[in-house]
Design a protein around this ligand. Structure first.
Ligand code: FAD
Ligand code: SF4
Length: 469
């Protein structure tokens, strides 16, 4: 099949809609909400791409996926070629096709978006990546690189660590990932719920790394089991990608009451340890009719939609700014609303109220109004005097953000940190210790999957240069 439609014919094709599970059905289970495009839908969407000479979309992608090229191969129905192009640029395409905020990255710069809907680049990425997973026999086998005899230790098995490991293994280095948890994927597995990113997808993406010869050692905490200095002795280079999983506290009265969760704990119980999802799970999780989730990002959306699936009758988002200022992806907000989540906007928590025996009974709040813009460019919320009120709640989940965990850095005194405890690294990931590189959330603070992957990719290139010296 050829992709020789005229620009006018391409412009006449409307953007595809992602098929999804009906809201009333999905809000009671953990099945994936987005169902993926059919072959016809993918082909039609691929034909919408104008194959621009100036590849704006590529500039919007933090790992520089060759977007027009893989879409052209798809439009020509050459899926093996599309998969090869995609996988050459992106170590986790099936993950990125599902969770990347394309609307603010590649799709935001797509020329078609200027006068209508951008090409659905993320949907196409997902389509090609899923096809590749189901058709390994149709893919070109990767040539095995010559072993370099050099070894690299990677700390953390999230998107940054996985990406760096894949790149380094392809360069012929022997790579070992050390992961604190008992399973792989980092936030992809313990944070992002199954209904957005099935665990099977992570397993399959990780299996590709195993095929490349990467060793993954779980249950090893760097900073406890081993130190960065010990890794530096045993390996030729180290890449630190341990994320930023320490919860930011609310610092309001009542935070220690029973029924208050940090988002990561709540999500880890459900996602990694299967509480509430599997009847035979040994991990307990509270279930209450009224659940208040504080925050407006993807983490807050994941918590509130999980709480709804665990049976909450009122699952609420409490956010101190307005909906326009929410950092969560638009799609997540839309899905949450369809699933019956309540959005309590311009509302800030001031205390968590408890019963005599120490259980949460309500979230005390105060109304806010938006003042002038702050440093982030968003309008600053200001309290409205005399506007306090209580929202009944049996569970309160703190999803306001996370910080760097000092476990690793406390045992690496020579590692330069910024005032928030994040590792200081240059553009290529080089830290203050020669041969020790870092990237992802531990450097940036909480960011995105693709930014963490971009760091992993750049650091791998820099490590490769370092190892040649
Ligand atoms: P992580 O994914 O945090 O991985 C770090 C790994 O290191 C973890 O496995 C951890 O267990 C391990 N580790 C930690 N300390 C040690 C140690 N001392 N020794 C050994 N191992 C250690 N981004 C998006 O782009 N789209 C989304 O939809 C999205 N949704 C999100 C939802 C939630 C609930 C959360 C929390 C984040 C979300 N993000 C999203 C952000 C994104 O997941 C992160 O930016 C990204 O995972 C960071 O990757 P990383 O590799 O730096 O760290
Ligand atoms: Fe295609 Fe949009 Fe990229 Fe142009 S900017 S090549 S239309 S995806």
């Amino acid at each position: 099949m050829s992709n020789d439609l005229s620009p006018k014919e391409r412009m006449a094709i409307d953007r595809v809609h992602m098929p999804e599970l009906p809201a009333d059905e999905r809000s009671t289970n953990f099945e994936e909400v987005n169902l993926g495009l059919s072959a016809d839908q993918a082909l039609s969407e691929a034909q919408r791409c104008l194959q621009c000479k100036t590849r704006n979309c590529v500039a919007g992608c933090p790992v520089g996926v060759s977007i027009p090229e893989f879409i052209d191969a798809l439009a020509c129905d050459d899926l093996p070629k599309a998969a090869q192009i995609l996988r050459g640029d992106n170590a986790l395409p099936a993950v990125c096709g599902r969770v990347c905020p394309q609307e603010t990255q590649c799709e935001a710069l797509c020329v078609r978006g200027k006068k209508g809907d951008a090409v659905a680049i993320g949907y196409l990425e997902r389509y090609v990546a899923d096809w590749a997973m189901l058709h390994p026999d149709r893919l070109l086998k990767e040539a095995k690189p010559e072993p370099t005899g050099k070894s690299v230790a990677v700390v953390g098995c999230g998107p940054a660590g996985l990406t760096a490991a894949g790149e380094l293994a392809r360069m012929g280095h022997q790579v070992t990932i050390f992961e604190a948890l008992h399973d792989t994927g980092g936030v992809l597995r313990y944070g992002i719920p199954e209904f957005r990113l099935p665990k099977e997808i992570i397993d399959r993406e990780v299996a590709v790394l195993a095929e490349l010869g990467v060793t993954i050692e779980c249950n090893v905490i760097i900073g406890k089991t081993l130190t960065v200095a010990e890794l530096s002795e045993d390996y030729d280079a180290v890449f630190i990608a341990n994320g930023a999983g320490l919860p930011t506290m609310l610092n309001i009265p009542g935070e220690n009451l029973k029924g208050v969760y940090a988002a990561n704990e709540f999500l880890t119980r459900v996602n990694l340890m299967e509480a509430g999802r599997k009847e035979d799970s040994a991990t307990p999780i509270l279930q209450r009719d009224e659940v208040a989730v504080i925050g407006g990002g993807n983490t807050a959306m994941d918590c509130v939609r999980t709480a709804r699936r665990l049976g909450a009758k009122r699952a609420m988002i409490i956010y101190r700014r307005g909906e326009a200022e929410m950092p969560a992806r638009i799609e997540e907000i839309k899905h949450a609303k369809e699933e019956g989540v309540e959005f309590v906007m311009l509302t800030a928590p001031i205390a968590i109220v408890g019963t005599e025996d120490g259980w949460v009974s309500a979230l005390r709040c105060q109304k806010m109004e938006l003042g002038p813009a702050d440093d982030s460019g968003r309008r600053r919320p200001q309290p409205v005097a005399g506007s306090e009120f209580d929202i009944p709640a049996g569970i309160v989940i703190n999803a306001v953000g996370t910080n760097a965990n000092p476990l690793l850095t406390a045992t690496a005194p020579d590692l330069k940190l910024n005032k928030w405890g994040n590792v200081v690294a240059d553009e290529e990931g080089q830290t203050s210790i020669p041969g020790v590189f870092a990237g992802g959330d531990i450097v940036r603070g909480g960011a995105t999957v693709i930014l963490a992957m971009g760091d992993g990719k750049r650091a791998a290139a820099a490590i490769n240069e370092y190892l040649k010296r």
